[in-house]
Design a protein around this ligand. Structure first.
Ligand code: NBG
Length: 833
């Protein structure tokens, strides 16, 4: 119908004929980039293609927005300081179901689709698992046709780019916006303002009603930028709405007039600093005032936006909680509980109890870590100076809450001090997790084990108070990006056997089980793996100049660098293997390539030293002529979403080796397993459930369990005992301490060795023996390629549970109480014609 339309311009914007697509790309190149093809850069062509695809989703996007605003449907708001979405172009091609056509059009235009896809700068607006989870959830919300908005911050600089210089991490600013971002649309007309600083004062209104007014020290403008989030082969295109801060007035005219030009611009600079850069800390709070400003800024902008949208169709906010389910992604947006109270009470003049009823029914909170250093708390001073009125609201929430506690636990001052929002044990702090718990109707962890530990440990007293609030939602990842997009070969092989229903309903992978016994299929399975391994080997050659054997076992650990994730335990195994090979040149083990990737928080001394440790061991091992290609150690710089898409499909072995009880869930573990890697892992996070699903015979388990970890620590853990009683371990640690991996310098890795010998908070030495023995089993198993392939097929066949579609379904059913809404396409072109 569209192709019959006489108006040429619309046809170019929506048509899908090869000729139309080709013309559209050239049109966009000319009219948006202002370039003739002869002088266009690769980026110009990428942008022209991206705009061509954006044109083709706008119809769905605007219809989705309109339906969600007009209809009486409950919307999910995912409030998150991080969205690590990764590149959009290819993902949109897949979701729109136009990948093949567009590829043909691009090729016929003499361009290379792969190169154009790779030209996209990925938006690195997150640190790691938490931000990437938010992105997978956005994909699933759209794919399941659930009305949703992802609210966050449009950081001008995302997570830093990592370079490795002389084996050390160097951080480079991430200028992801420098060549333009074709996927976002600014909506300045929907800007809001946010208060900071100043003071509060009481006043009485015309009806003799008492109120409080916040007289801010300064006011900042928030401007929303919208990015479309397509669903897989559905019409729903939800919105990710990210806020950028700006000064309210470009100039302070008063100062400008007296000649203080620089002073006048100062305010502008300060306001714009709020959304300048992402804090690069993963699971470690950064107690900086600017971080609190970021949090409050995006939360206040988002709530004001929800209220604005709500009032388009509703006379008041009485039914706000029936229309909005707001999920707090960790405590970063927890100030929303107090901010919504403030808006309801101060601005919309709700009576406190009525307002609280709305608030409590609106929010739910997801906890993502048990690490004490990640639990957010703000010094009262900082909080009160920045957000004086919000702090008063928090005090009032707390006062009323503690009255409830007194009724439930009479005469128990201990309970008052453990539950209070205000930590008064020393310097006074606002505990954000407490505010989140009190203001939420549900609280969930991100894997079964983790949710249990939340109830048993950090939020135990809240659990005693409100057991019914606590639940679990095991994390998941989107099979669209992490299988279809990143591993097209394997995906096609799967589809050739069981059809493509699995892409929408991952449980259908179960049908693959019967092919595990099929020898021809196993051969094809290995070929698919080999193909991507070769591809990764080429990439390694190109990036770090090291030749690896593509037939070797690819043993991969990619994730943020953290002591609890124990990259250094992996290195202890590498050194063990190296020593064994040196002393026994005929050692019969399959060759291995160890591949690492991951960023360290710039201020995390140990994590940075662990990177240097990995590269230093690599320098020795990789250049040892006795070893050849039987052992290689690669650290690939700048691990990000794009690189993840390359590495997960190529792995044979997935390292998930955190100390039991420390990794909340993990999501990389799922991506590996979905792509046919076998896991070596502890009983931690979602590993527990992955093992349950794939079968214990298809999973390499080692290490202490969580209760064993706790007991060992209670008894007084003495790491040196393991050092003295395990000769192999002693040999490895002595070798490091001798300076063997540091050109004879015993100081370079002393901090690592001493930490392990005298403290070892993450129990590497206690788990060493079990890990080494388990790795020997891996080596033995890899020799039997037929059986390895069978295990690999069964891993993929049984991963259905770990689709983020299942997680989102759980949230919808058990927490949000939301329904899908199918979007009808009203054709703009036809309506106008
Ligand atoms: C991380 C956990 C991971 C988990 C992701 C997503 C934080 C604070 N937590 O185990 O460490 O998979 O969250 O839930 O980044």
């Amino acid at each position: 119908m569209v192709s019959q339309n006489p108006i040429k311009i619309e046809d170019d914007r929506t048509g899908l004929e090869i000729q139309t697509l080709r013309r559209a790309i050239l049109d966009n190149l000319f009219y948006i980039q202002g370039k003739f093809p002869e002088i266009a850069t690769k980026n110009d062509f990428y942008l022209a293609l991206a705009y061509t695809i954006r044109d083709r989703l706008l119809q769905r996007w605007l219809n989705t927005m309109q339906t969600e605003i007009k209809n009486d449907v409950k919307k999910v708001c995912y409030l998150s300081a991080e969205f690590l979405v990764g590149p959009h172009l290819e993902n949109n091609l897949i979701n729109l179901g136009i990948a093949e056509k567009v590829k043909q059009a691009v090729t016929e235009s003499g361009l290379n689709i792969k190169e154009l896809i790779e030209a996209e700068e990925e938006p690195g607006l997150g640190n790691g698992g938490l931000g990437r989870l938010a992105a997978c959830y956005m994909d699933s919300l759209s794919s399941l046709e659930v009305p949703a908005i992802g609210y966050g911050i449009r950081y001008e600089f995302g997570i830093f780019d990592q370079e490795i210089k002389d084996g050390w991490q160097v951080e480079i600013t991430d200028k992801w916006l420098q060549y333009g971002n074709p996927w976002e649309i600014a909506r300045p007309e929907a800007s809001v303002t946010v208060n900071f600083g100043g003071y509060t004062e009481p006043y009485t209104d015309g009806h003799n009603q008492f109120h409080v007014r916040w007289v801010p020290g300064y006011v900042v403008k928030g401007i929303p930028y919208d990015t479309p989030i397509t669903g897989y082969k559905v019409n729903t295109v939800n919105t990710m709405r990210l806020w950028r801060s700006e000064a309210c007035e470009s100039f302070d005219f008063q100062r400008f007039n007296v000649g203080d030009y620089y002073g006048a611009v100062d305010d502008k600079v300060n306001s714009e600093n709020i959304t300048k850069v992402l804090y690069p800390n993963d699971e470690q709070i950064e107690g900086k005032e600017l971080r609190l400003r970021q949090q409050y800024f995006f939360v206040s902008c988002s709530l004001q936006d929800m209220i604005r949208i709500h009032l388009l169709n509703n006379p008041n906010l009485d039914n706000f909680h029936e229309q909005w389910a707001v999920q707090l992604n960790d405590t970063h947006p927890a100030v929303a509980v107090a901010e919504l109270m403030r808006l309801l009470v101060d601005i919309y003049e709700y009576e406190w109890g009525k307002a609280w009823n709305i608030v409590e029914k609106t929010f739910a909170y997801t906890n993502h870590t048990l690490l004490p250093e990640a639990l957010e708390k703000w010094p009262i001073e900082i909080f009160g100076n920045l957000l004086p009125r919000v702090l008063e609201v928090i005090y009032e929430i707390n006062r009323r809450f503690l009255d409830q506690v007194r009724i439930k636990f009479p005469n128990d001052d201990g309970k008052i001090s453990t539950l209070s929002i205000i930590d008064e044990s020393g310097e006074r702090y606002v505990r954000m997790a407490h505010l989140a718990c009190i203001g939420s109707h549900h609280i969930n962890g991100v894997a079964e084990l983790h949710s249990q530990l939340v109830k048993d440990t950090i939020l135990h007293d809240f659990y005693l108070l409100w057991p019914q609030k606590f639940t679990n939602v095991t994390n998941g990842v989107t099979p669209r990006r992490w299988m279809v997009q990143s591993n097209p070969r394997l995906s096609k092989l799967i589809t050739s056997k069981i059809g493509d229903g699995w892409i929408k309903n991952l449980q259908e992978l179960k049908q693959l089980e019967r092919y595990a016994e099929d020898q021809t299929f196993r051969q094809q399975w290995r070929e698919a793996k080999q193909f991507v391994k070769q591809d990764l080997a080429n990439y390694i050659q190109e990036k770090v100049g090291i030749t690896v054997n593509p037939e070797s076992l690819f043993d991969v650990q990619v994730k943020r660098i953290h002591e609890y994730k124990r990259q250094h335990l992996n290195v202890l195994h590498i050194i063990t293997l190296y020593k064994q090979m040196k002393s026994n040149p005929n050692l019969d083990v399959p060759p291995r390539t160890f591949i690492f990737g991951g960023k360290a928080a710039p201020g995390y001394f140990m994590a940075k030293r662990i990177i240097k440790f990995i590269t230093a061991v690599g320098d020795v091992v990789n250049n040892d002529g006795d070893i050849g290609d039987r052992l290689k150690v690669i650290f690939l710089p700048d691990y990000n979403v794009t690189f993840g898409q390359r590495v997960y499909p190529a792995a044979d072995l997935s390292e998930q080796i955190s100390t039991a009880g420390k990794e909340a869930s993990g999501t990389g573990n799922m991506k590996f397993s979905m792509n046919g890697a076998l896991t070596i892992g502890t009983l931690d996070g979602a590993n527990v459930e992955i093992r349950q699903e794939v079968g214990e015979e298809n999973f390499f388990l080692f290490g202490l369990t969580t209760p064993e970890v706790l007991t060992l620590k209670d008894q007084g853990y003495v790491p040196r005992r393991y050092y003295h009683s395990i000769p192999e371990l002693k040999g490895v640690l002595d070798l490091i301490a001798s300076g063997f991996f540091s050109h004879g310098d015993p100081e370079l890795f002393r901090s690592i060795v001493d930490n392990l010998l005298y403290d070892d908070p993450y129990l590497l030495l206690a788990d060493y023996k079990s890990y080494i023995e388990c790795q020997e089993k891996v080596s033995q198993a890899y020799k039997d390629q037929e059986n390895w392939s069978k295990m690999s097929i069964l891993n993929v066949a049984r991963m259905g549970k770990f689709s983020s579609d299942r997680s989102i379904q759980d949230y919808c059913n058990n927490i949000w109480n939301t329904q899908p809404v199918s979007i009808e396409l009203k054709d703009y072109v036809q309506k106008e014609a």
